[in-house]
Design a protein around this ligand. Structure first.
Ligand SMILES: [Zn+2]
Length: 221
């Protein structure tokens, strides 16, 4: 998965593991192996996602830890990777190249319904970022083609539609917060559709959730 909007920033390292890399949620050893195999034996911080909207601004002091009750991370510190696990929920990647601040959020339907991207931008602004240069990439997640919801959930989004376009809603929320359309990019990948590439909570009817790990970091030599 690549974002064109991030292309001109080689210092920015980001991505998401694939099914072939293994399940990442409950396996710290596997995560360590994954990051070192990428040539990124870099400290990382994991947000222990709970479908809330708490965003933590972190630094080197948090390295190696998993932050509980947290669905998004931001940092200005280089060589420190922000990570979250996902399997249908969207990883949303933030980079403000002027302020050199990164962010990563876990956006499932609950997070989207609570406008989690707004919370991320709030915290970015507190750290001097989140201005007009802000770039946002939306990673793989469950798309309208497969995200069928019950009436109660549709109601939360103010619709009677059976299928919900979460990525479209996220993009609308970002636009409402002043992020330029040209600065938002959607990977377009559906975790449910791409059964060879990604785990999907809904497709695989997972009990113990198998998940990918999304990451972003600013690498300095
Ligand atoms: Zn699909």
């Amino acid at each position: 998965m690549k974002f064109r909007i991030f292309e001109e920033y080689p210092e920015l390292k980001y991505g998401i593991s694939e099914k072939s890399d293994g399940a990442m949620k409950f396996d710290a050893k596997r995560r360590d192996a994954y990051f070192s195999q990428l040539g990124k034996a870099t400290p990382y911080v994991l947000a222990d996602v709970v479908h809330g909207t708490k965003i933590a601004a972190i630094d080197m002091g948090n390295r190696g830890s998993a932050l509980s009750d947290t669905d998004g991370l931001i940092t200005q510190v280089g060589n420190l990777f922000l990570t979250i696990t996902v399997a249908d929920c969207f990883p949303v990647y933030f980079y403000d190249p002027a302020a050199r601040i990164i962010g990563l959020a876990h956006a499932g339907w609950r997070g989207v319904s609570k406008n989690i991207v707004k919370e991320v931008i709030k915290v970015l602004k507190k750290s001097g970022g989140g201005g007009e240069n802000l770039l946002v990439g939306i990673g793989p997640g469950i798309r309208e083609c497969h995200f069928e919801v019950k009436e109660e959930v549709a109601k939360i989004f103010g619709t009677k539609e059976k299928f919900i376009n979460l990525s479209g809603i996220i993009q609308g929320q970002l636009g409402g917060l002043g992020v330029k359309t040209g600065n938002i990019e959607d990977s377009g990948e559906c975790t449910f559709c791409l059964s060879d590439k990604y785990f999907s909570y809904r497709r695989d009817k997972l009990v113990q959730v198998e998940a990918m790990i999304g990451y972003i970091g600013i690498k300095h030599d």
